[in-house]
Design a protein around this ligand. Structure first.
Ligand code: ADP
Length: 481
């Protein structure tokens, strides 16, 4: 007999509505991948997944496709805050967009002022929970992502008994553990959330959204098996490792997948030339287009190295800059596309000034240029200090761009040394130089290089495998009721 599991999926960003980083890729594709599992012949369970997002000012949604479905208010000391919830359909899936003053007054998805974000996302989390009480449709599972939505789970758990909600089970995916949301005692207090009275969490963590969400969740999903092991250690655990060690029975590492229809070098219209593993030669036109566009020497034989992503300490840009300086007497071209930390942005511009004919720092978000870089450059550099999963290296492999990455988190789980890419152990320029030297040596042998490219392109990073693992978790939570 078939049955349905209702899942409310909460996130701060999701493609195609609003994107800052990898969370948007995941929240934009995992809910659809889960819904698609319902069509598998062997599956007798329907997954009715619905997405909830803040109605950010920058959201891409046609106003006339939005339907007002709920109006209520969220308690805040000194004056309740009115909430409007709009619904629209995305590929058949209901998406709820929550609006209210803390969201509409905020110009960007993530603010440089952490206090503003704490207020906005606490409001969002509580409004999302209240929404579940207003809908005829009731979630069996509430699935939060990162600190921004963690307080939904805490509010639910600290309420103990809710007369309307039939006790949904809860899941939280950790995309980035160090981003805990910061001390939120003031916000928790004004929004009427009880302080935690449980010393299993360290004192400092008892007022921070992500730890409270972890404490509340029935299941904790870090986004790769290696990262799941790493966060149990002091080096990666951000002070939460002793607590996480007590929760290992509830933890399962699940790699993110890729939306392989969107990230497809065979159909990607932003590429100058489309290609398959069997027609790799066509890729050369993309490299040439890049070199021309970026005013680099048009030479197919110079290895073109790229980084695309948030400019952040995590991503190890300083390690790349130093490694490239150490490799100054080798032949390379380098392009960075990204934005973020102003100090690292300056370091990137300095590299361009020091190597004006071979380094480019393009400080902006540019999806089309990103695709052309994946589809035209030779090596993708990710010397991350930590990397919970990482999508960019998977996109790179799919586009025949060979990853050179630090052996950490999801990078270690997705890149195979000498088969699909190159790995190095330490977050140091020296360690990266060794891997780059190995990579450049293979690059000089075009046959061996093309084999690496083809191996990467043939890897299966599609969502169904990961979605099935999430499904197993949901089902086990439901059977535990
Ligand atoms: P993270 O989630 O830590 O930001 P990921 O590697 O998981 O890193 O995902 C980053 C995603 O964002 C990739 O799809 C990458 O192509 C995209 N991206 C990040 N910065 C930019 C940029 N400046 N221009 C274009 N795409 C970008």
């Amino acid at each position: 007999m078939s049955s349905t599991i209702n899942i409310l999926f909460l996130a701060a960003e999701a493609e195609p509505f609003v994107k800052i980083g990898g969370l948007a890729d995941v929240a934009g594709s995992l809910p659809h991948a889960l819904r698609d599992l319902s069509h598998e012949a062997t599956n007798d369970v329907t997954l009715d997944v619905r997405l909830v997002l803040p109605l950010h000012r920058t959201i891409r949604a046609e106003p006339d496709t939005l339907r007002l479905v709920a109006e209520f208010s969220v308690y805040r000391r000194g004056g309740n805050i009115p909430v409007q919830v709009f619904e629209m359909l995305s590929g058949g899936m209901p998406v709820y967009l929550i609006n209210g003053e803390p969201i509409s007054s905020s110009p960007s998805v993530y603010s440089t002022d952490p206090a503003l974000d704490r207020e906005k996302y606490t409001f969002f989390s509580l409004a999302a929970l209240e929404l579940t009480r207003r809908l005829v449709w009731q979630p069996d599972i509430i699935h939060a992502n990162d600190w921004h939505t963690a307080l939904t789970l805490y509010a639910l758990r600290s309420r103990h008994i809710d007369p309307v909600l039939a006790c949904p089970r809860t899941v939280i995916t950790i995309h980035n553990l160090p981003y805990t949301g910061g001390d939120s005692s003031d916000v928790l207090c004004v929004y009427g959330l009880m302080p935690l009275n449980d010393d299993s969490l360290p004192k400092w963590a008892q007022t921070q959204p992500l730890p409270l969400g972890l404490w509340s969740a029935d299941a904790i999903i870090p986004v790769s098996p290696t990262y799941t092991r790493e966060i149990l250690t002091p080096e990666f655990g951000c002070g939460l490792d002793p607590y996480l060690k007590t929760r290992t029975n509830s933890m399962t590492g699940i790699l993110n997948g890729l939306d392989v229809n969107f990230w497809n070098p065979e159909t990607d219209q932003t590429l100058t030339a489309r290609f398959t593993p069997e027609q790799l030669h066509a890729r050369a036109a993309n490299k040439n287009a890049l070199q021309k566009k970026l005013e680099l020497k048009e030479d197919a034989h110079i290895p073109l190295l790229v980084m695309i992503g948030r400019i952040d300490q995590q991503k190890g840009l300083d390690i790349t800059f130093e490694a490239l300086r150490q490799l100054a007497d080798r032949s390379w071209q380098f392009v960075l596309l990204g934005s973020g930390d102003p100090v690292l942005e300056i370091a990137a511009r300095n590299l361009q000034e020091d190597f004006p004919d071979r380094a480019r720092a393009i400080i902006r978000y540019d999806a089309a240029l990103g695709s052309l870089l994946y589809g035209g450059s030779d090596m993708f550099l990710m010397p991350s200090r930590y990397e919970p999963c990482g999508l960019a290296q998977m996109i790179a492999m799919r586009y025949g761009c060979v990853p050179v990455v630090r052996a950490t988190g999801g990078l270690k789980d997705t890149v195979q040394e000498g088969n699909t890419g190159f790995l190095f152990q330490k977050a140091t320029a020296g360690s990266m130089v060794e891997a780059l030297t190995r990579a450049i040596t293979v690059y000089d042998n075009s046959e061996a290089w093309e084999q690496l490219q083809r191996n990467g392109m043939k890897e299966d990073f599609s969502w169904p495998r990961s979605a099935r693992q999430y499904f197993i978790i949901y089902r086990s939570l439901m059977s535990g009721l």
